[in-house]
Write a protein that binds this ligand. Structure first.
Ligand SMILES: NC(=O)c1ccc[n+]([C@@H]2O[C@H](COP(=O)([O-])OP(=O)(O)OC[C@H]3O[C@@H](n4cnc5c(N)ncnc54)[C@H](OP(=O)(O)O)[C@@H]3O)[C@@H](O)[C@H]2O)c1
Length: 307
């Protein structure tokens, strides 16, 4: 299956990283609960997108594992968006709520950007409010979208230091590509970042400069060995269903990267499934705890009582 020469491509599994992140989060939740604070996350959803239902369930299950309380609110596609708008404002004022996440995509007729603009900035645990996006761009503390945060966590977990490296981010979406590029170019992370997108000319050549290639383009298995510099680290963010009659469900999951093509060239590759996916959930939990800590004020240090 692999190439003719001995080349070991390291598989960057997300489960090991998410487990370590969840353990840390669980400790922080326990500390908050000792102080009488129950970190609480509200998941908002609209319509019946099947993938979203799966993601929401995973977020609920993971929250329960670490002790975060979850509340769900759901609207049908035909409901009045103003009701969700009012809910967003109310959640901003509710002291018992620390994190608010609006599950995307929304059905036609629902304006995701307008709704995101109503998210309470200090509870915006997916970092999509313009204030948090702006803070990230300016290098100020705020909330960073969970997927880029998870990818940075993955690189750190596997001792792949982006500092001083050439990184190419494929895709410029508000939820992955842009915040990823901003995060990597922060002081302290210190990568040299290039962003490519659907209008980029000469993309394979640019991507071949990358010591770390992060692929978030939503194009099934588009990235082949032609895009990859020998011994690069490749992070595959994409998730797609590929029909496969040999599988019980009739499909399997694949990414934006053609793994079979890339493995003989890359030094490391995050798999799909089991790579970036679990991290997005783990870092949502971390952001929720961070929000609860910030909203609960300073008396959070474990040694506050001087014991
Ligand atoms: N694992 C996870 O937890 C997770 C989380 C979020 C997303 N995802 C997956 O990651 C992928 C990307 O998600 P997204 O929300 O960022 O997607 P998106 O909003 O559709 O953005 C895709 C980006 O890729 C660019 N692009 C599209 N076709 C391209 C091409 N042929 N060459 C170069 N660039 C191209 C687009 O360029 P333009 O701006 O020029 O249109 C756009 O910037 C999807 O498969 C999604 O399902 C996974």
């Amino acid at each position: 299956m692999e190439s003719n020469v001995t080349h070991d491509c390291r598989i960057l599994k997300g489960s090991a990283v998410s487990k370590a992140a969840e353990e840390k989060t669980q400790e922080r939740v326990a500390r908050l609960r000792q102080l009488g604070v129950t970190p609480t996350l509200v998941l908002l959803s609209v319509g019946e997108d099947p993938a979203s239902q799966v993601y929401l369930r995973r977020k609920e299950e993971a929250s329960a594992r670490v002790g975060i309380e979850v509340r769900r609110r759901h609207w049908e596609a035909g409901d009045d968006p103003q009701d969700l708008e009012r809910t967003l404002v109310e959640l901003g004022e509710d002291p018992g709520v620390h994190g608010v996440l609006l599950q995307l995509p929304l059905p036609p007729g629902w304006d995701a950007q307008a709704l995101q603009n109503l998210l309470p900035t200090e509870k915006d645990v997916d970092g999509l409010h313009p204030v948090n996006a702006g803070r990230l761009a300016l290098g100020q503390p705020g909330f960073v979208p969970c997927t880029p945060l998870g990818i940075l966590g993955m690189l750190r977990h596997y001792d792949i230091d982006p500092a001083g490296k050439q990184v190419v981010v494929m895709g410029r979406s508000a939820i992955v590509g842009r915040p990823m590029a901003n995060l990597l170019s922060q002081k302290g992370v210190d990568a040299t970042v290039t962003v490519v997108h659907s209008r980029t000319a000469g993309m394979p050549e640019i991507c071949r400069q990358a010591e770390i290639l992060i692929v978030a383009i939503g194009r099934r298995q588009m990235v082949t060995a032609e895009f990859v510099r020998p011994d690069a680290t490749v992070i595959d963010v994409g998730i797609h269903r590929l029909e496969d009659a040999t599988r019980p469900k009739g499909f399997r999951l694949v990414g934006d990267v053609d793994a079979d093509s890339v493995k003989p060239v890359a030094a490391a590759l995050s798999p799909v499934p089991g790579g970036v996916g679990p991290l997005t959930v783990a870092y949502l939990l971390e952001n929720t705890v961070l929000a609860a800590e910030r909203l609960s004020g300073p008396p959070l240090a474990p040694d506050k009582s001087g014991e």
